[in-house]
Design a binder for this molecule. Structure first.
Ligand code: MN
Length: 373
């Protein structure tokens, strides 16, 4: 077994944290290098020095600025009480700490050259750019590791010190799932944890799995509070989903606030919920294109046979009459006149929008458009 594999199955590092009664705990997860969203949601949560902020993993990668986001959190931790859990996108100290694993070196080259399968530059690529070290299939990885280790000591020390689990008197925070017996990596990367989780002794807060994927026919990014499991899932799909959001879950109140980049407005007229609706999502997104249009086309979801109109530019890839599409829904949101909605996109048929974390459509007029602060 490679040293890397044995590290993955090692027991998770658990940090025990005392939180005085009366203090708020604010939990965020899956920021993925999206600093404006993190700043936006903490402003909405009105973070103060009295609060404890817990970043429940996946602070880095996929989004626009992992390095800047990490440095901002490190700086915030000098003035506020901030604790960060390691997610499966965060343990980049390993890039420098284990220089001689051929399997991992091949992975690192693929990851750097392919910009994480097209998501964009991750934190190591950002560091290499800052050092003017070129990235390519024939790069000298040993020299790159040495240079990164030399020049980014504070950042790597910070990542190296992250626990996989934070446990307080009342709560547990872990990125993927609470499975300490399965080792550190399983705790960081357990897909669809809520589907297999056993009831917890303490309320447990996890991220990692975008909440929208837990719902079948609706695109709902609100935290799920599962009373039977004592489990709270909070990943709002920040960065991963075009209209995703960053949720901040607040304890002990069990409430939350959310942030996204979209302007808001009030609906002028009421509309009833659509009677039938569906959500086609990543991984189950093969459709047959029935009618081509300009702005919209009609598609049939291959697995379910469900038909809906989608914006034509939501087609990601085509092969003949079949296509694979971005996350789409045809849900007509139930709205009262005066309800506030977030405006995702204007179309000739109406607004693609969100209301309280749920994505859908509004076909009436709007008033008082307001930019997010
Ligand atoms: Mn994750």
């Amino acid at each position: 077994m490679s040293p890397y594999r044995s590290w993955l199955t090692a027991p998770p590092v658990v940090e025990r944290l005392h939180v005085e009664p009366g203090r708020r705990i604010i939990a965020v997860s899956d920021v993925h290098g999206n600093l404006p969203y993190l700043q936006g949601v903490l402003k909405k949560a009105a973070l103060t020095e009295r609060d404890v902020l817990i970043v429940v993993g996946d602070l880095l990668e996929k989004g626009p600025d992992p390095l800047g986001t990490l440095r901002w959190v490190m700086d915030l931790a000098k003035r506020y009480e901030v604790h960060t859990v390691c997610g499966n996108c965060d343990f980049w100290q390993e890039f420098c700490d284990r220089p001689t694993d051929p399997e991992m070196d091949a992975f690192y080259i693929r990851y750097l050259v392919g910009r994480n399968k097209g998501w964009g530059d991750g934190i190591i690529a950002q560091m290499l750019h800052a050092l003017a070290i070129p990235i390519g299939p024939d790069m000298d990885l040993g020299a790159a590791k040495a240079a990164v280790r030399e020049s980014f000591k504070p950042e790597l020390d910070f990542l190296r010190a992250l626990p996989h689990i934070i446990e307080t008197e009342d709560y547990v925070f872990v990125h993927g799932g609470y499975v300490p017996e399965q080792g550190a990596f399983a705790c960081m990367k357990l897909d669809r944890y809520r589907d297999t989780a056993k009831p917890h002794k303490k309320w447990t807060v996890v991220g990692h799995w975008p909440l929208v994927l837990y719902h079948e026919d609706i695109t709902d990014a609100r935290p799920i509070i599962d009373e039977d499991l004592k489990l709270v899932s909070i990943d709002g799909g920040c960065v991963l989903k075009d209209d995703g959001q960053l949720n901040a879950f607040i304890l002990p109140d069990m409430t939350w606030v959310s942030y996204d980049r979209f302007p808001t407005a009030r609906a002028k007229t009421a509309q009833a919920a659509g009677e039938r609706h569906y959500y086609i999502r990543h991984g189950d997104n093969e459709v047959e294109v029935l009618t081509e249009g300009g702005e919209f086309c009609r598609v049939r979801h291959v697995r379910t046979g469900y038909e809906m109109d989608i914006l034509s530019d939501n087609i990601l890839r085509r092969e003949g009459t079949h296509a694979w599409v971005n996350d789409v829904t045809d849900y007509r949101l139930p709205l009262a006149a005066g309800d506030e909605i977030s405006l995702v996109r204007k179309t000739s048929r109406g607004w693609q929008c969100k209301k309280d974390g749920i994505s859908g459509w509004y076909f009436g007029e709007i008033e008082e458009q307001k930019e997010q602060s």
